[in-house]
Design a protein around this ligand. Structure first.
Ligand SMILES: [Mg+2]
Length: 393
């Protein structure tokens, strides 16, 4: 069996898919979406296709090693996202070839269902915001969710006056009041705070017992993260922007986080996220895989979650469950998704939907053969403080 064809599809904004077809007709799907960089992974996958065509798709680790190491320059979010999507597609093919769910090839399931959380929060206490927050909460709770994540919205400087901090904390307290003590609530600081401000806010949040605070500080400086962890009781999570075991290493060795959040479409695919999780296990660190993109990345997460003993909770956004791209969407019941039983990654793609290109029009396709798409189409855009300096999104 050889890899015969590699195609890419862009059915939604913020969604790049790769389809690998073998010479005997097996098909594997992966997701390479690198948010805010709409063109980059497309070009990277095209470069890697030259190597992959004609190769045995079952030698996943070998191809991972080649793609990561062979061109001298390693890592970086573009290469790693392209590698991640290809890795997912190869695991999909492997499962279909051996006619088992992929997780059976990864050591077998250690759980029967996967606990997921949804995005919900109270961002402001004005009447309209509260009403919207109530409607969404009711809808999510009816769907059986038992954990939610929110975050401080807006721009945060190195210090903010008490009114800004108090308003965020009041919203957090109100969330706890609304959901009660049975529900888990986490907060994503989006890496936009200084260690000192993050520590102050964690102390303020402590009484409402958050499950975790995510990316209290930006991801580059593990010592700063460790400084936060050392000064707060709230469990600290990080890792959606860390790539491969090498970038997680210092987080583990310094015990800077309680939970890690590798992204299966950025950190190196199913192959690498499982290895990262296995490393985490010896530090008593649990994984809560990051997934804020499409349903194929989400399906790849489920495969890893199934086999990792130190798995805690899976992130998903509404579109992760299928987004009309699957014949059958994933179903959340009582906070869980039952383990998939289908071969490979366990979904059937609706190719008619996938082939719709809602991202760019043909007449824009003039750069790299695909067209120039503004990077602010997806994330962030231009974001400034009042004094004109750059703010974090
Ligand atoms: Mg996050």
């Amino acid at each position: 069996m050889k890899i015969a064809k590699i195609e890419q599809f862009f059915p939604r904004r913020r969604m790049r898919l790769v389809k690998i077809t073998t010479d005997n007709g097996l098909v594997g799907w992966g997701e390479t979406t690198l948010e805010g960089k709409p063109m980059s992974t497309i070009a990277a996958v095209n470069e890697l296709a030259e190597y992959l065509i004609g190769k045995d798709p079952l030698r996943i680790e070998h191809h991972w090693q080649h793609i990561y190491r062979s061109a001298f320059f390693r890592g970086g979010n573009v290469l790693m996202s392209a590698l991640s999507g290809i890795d997912q597609a190869l695991w999909d093919i492997s499962g279909k070839y051996y006619q088992v769910p992929t997780y059976k090839l990864l050591g077998g399931a250690v759980r029967d269902r996967i606990c997921v959380y949804a995005h919900w929060g109270i961002s402001s206490r004005d009447e309209k915001s509260l009403e919207q927050a109530k409607i969404r909460l009711e809808w999510l709770q009816k769907s059986g969710y038992t954990a939610f994540k929110s975050g401080p919205s807006g721009k945060w400087r190195a210090h903010e006056p008490p009114a800004v901090v108090d308003d965020f904390v009041a919203c957090a307290n109100l969330m706890r009041e609304w959901v009660g003590d049975e529900i888990e609530l986490g907060f994503d600081f989006h890496g936009k705070m200084t260690p000192a401000l993050a520590i102050e806010i964690c102390h303020q949040l402590q009484p409402m017992r958050p499950m975790f605070v995510e990316e209290p500080v930006p991801q580059e400086n593990v010592d700063a993260l460790k400084q936060v962890s050392d000064h707060v009781i709230v469990p600290v999570a990080t890792g959606e922007r860390l790539l491969s075991r090498w970038e997680f290493r210092k987080v583990f060795e310094t015990q800077a986080a309680a939970y890690i959040q590798p992204d299966v479409s950025h950190a190196g695919g199913i192959t690498e996220v499982k290895k990262i999780a296995n490393m985490a296990e010896i530090y008593y660190v649990h994984i809560m895989p990051h997934c804020a993109i499409g349903p194929i990345a989400f399906s790849a997460c489920l495969q890893v979650d199934a086999v990792v003993p130190n798995f805690l909770l899976q992130e998903q956004i509404d579109t992760g469950l299928g987004n009309d791209l699957f014949e059958t969407s994933w179903k959340v019941e009582n906070g869980y998704i039952e383990l998939p039983t289908g071969d490979g990654l366990g979904f059937e793609v609706d190719e008619k939907m996938v082939r719709q290109d809602n991202r760019i029009t043909q007449d824009k396709m003039n750069l790299l053969g695909y067209g120039l798409v503004p990077s602010d189409e997806e994330l962030g855009g231009e974001f400034y403080h009042l004094d004109g300096s750059v703010a974090d999104w």
